[in-house]
Ligand binder design. Sequence first.
Ligand SMILES: [Fe+2]
Length: 193
Amino acid sequence: MTEPTQAAMQPFTVDIDTATGAMPGARNRLVRRASDLKGYYADGAALERLITEGDDPLHYEVFEVPVPEEAGQLMYCISKLQAGRVGDECFMTKGHYHTVESTAEIYICLQGEGYMLMKTRDGQSSCERMAKGRMVYVPPFWAHRSANTSATEPLVSFCVYPGDAGHNYGDIQTQGFPVRVFDRDGRISVEEC
Ligand SMILES: [Fe+2]
């Protein structure tokens, strides 16, 4: 395990607009468009139409002010998931386990509404509501994915997790999560799959 470099860093501050999630000092911006989510949605044909006829819309962005990815540090970011539907399914993130699976994560919802879907390798699953001002604690060993249930507003969260956690997309693309989140004619429905 990599240990923090002694006295290599100085304290610092970052401004975050808690109403919008804007973090002007962010230096890294991860962008996922619809075409990056192939294989993740129940209705693959609807996703293809969105890519080819819908101009491959922005799905989500992650803004970071990076710190060293090592034990002892705390990584943090703003996650901004757009509102949208693929067929009837709400826009969602890819989801991941942490590479170091014994690491937890905190999400504080700053804007919007949705769900955090979580699962473990031994078959447990959980689905927690996300809303402005609510924190979701993702324990160690739980894969996690968020879904935006708003029709119009982005789902914006501040996230913090151990610096050495890493990301492992593992079996998520092929096996997904035990539930999916749909918008059935304006009614949000969390359905087993
Ligand atoms: Fe994570």
